[in-house]
Design a protein around this ligand. Structure first.
Ligand SMILES: *[C@@H]1O[C@H](CO)[C@@H](O)[C@H](O)[C@H]1NC(C)=O
Ligand SMILES: *[C@@H]1O[C@H](CO)[C@@H](O)[C@H](O)[C@H]1NC(C)=O
Ligand SMILES: *[C@@H]1O[C@H](CO)[C@@H](O)[C@H](O)[C@H]1NC(C)=O
Ligand SMILES: *[C@@H]1O[C@H](CO)[C@@H](O)[C@H](O)[C@H]1NC(C)=O
Length: 198
């Protein structure tokens, strides 16, 4: 539990500071335009469960999204995924420390905690890798984690319980979908490689 306190990531405001100058385009003042275009493109090329509404509302809420470019939106989505995974980890940790006798499936929560902690750590690595241009690695790591979110839900479903983390699965999966789509848009070559798109 002590290790959890080292994550100060609920600070969405910090996002603005984390976007390097190269990722912003000061000449672009058409506020929602890039967000709408990107989310529209993604809802066309991605699966039907990609939500245009989630994509545009989520990005529009981050001030710097309005003055960035496509790689900048990718970085913002990645950082939002990191914040999301970390907050979910803290939420599960909170659930685990409440009254033991009212816990639903402690072992499920334990494995979800492990899953979200691992994703949080991996997402930190993804941010660094993305900033150094390793889009291809980021793409395959995120694809893997996209499948991984289902594991937590499955823990509960497997024993006939309703997962208390369905909303968290939804938002993180959507954010992963956004990152994957934006990388596709930036470097379409990656998408056509069978080993990664499989
Ligand atoms: C972007 O989409 C939102 C809602 O979907 C709309 O209100 C807004 O006018 C759009 N902005 C632009 C620049 O197209
Ligand atoms: C824990 O929950 C049980 C049943 O839900 C309740 O009877 C008990 O008073 C609770 N204990 C504490 C310390 O809240
Ligand atoms: C998790 O959420 C995504 C939508 O973002 C959905 O497609 C997927 O089916 C959900 N997984 C489970 C196991 O419910
Ligand atoms: C959409 O559903 C497919 C198939 O169930 C899943 O592999 C994919 O991760 C989902 N995408 C999103 C954005 O949730």
């Amino acid at each position: 539990m002590t290790s959890l306190s080292i994550f100060p990531f609920s600070l969405i405001f910090i996002l603005a500071l984390l976007i390097p100058l190269g990722y912003t385009d000061a000449t672009k003042t058409l506020s929602n335009d890039i967000i709408n275009k990107t989310c529209q493109a993604c809802s066309l090329i991605k699966s039907s469960n990609f939500s245009y509404g989630f994509c545009s509302a989520t990005l529009a809420a981050i001030p710097v999204s309005h003055v960035t470019n496509l790689p900048g939106l990718g970085l913002i989505s990645l950082e939002l995924a990191l914040v999301d995974a970390t907050n979910t980890m803290l939420k599960i940790d909170g659930m685990l420390t409440t009254n033991e006798s009212s816990l639903i499936c402690k072992t499920c929560l334990d494995s979800c905690l492990e899953l979200y902690s691992d994703m949080s750590a991996k997402l930190e690595e993804c941010v660094g890798e993305y900033l150094s241009g390793g889009n291809e690695d980021v793409y395959s790591w995120i694809s893997e984690m996209m499948q991984g979110t289902a594991l937590c839900e499955g823990e509960f479903e497997g024993i006939g319980l309703k997962s208390p983390l369905t909303r968290e699965n939804y938002s993180l999966s959507q954010l992963y979908g956004m990152v994957l789509c934006i990388i596709d848009l930036i470097s379409p070559i990656i998408k056509s490689r069978p080993s990664i798109s499989a």
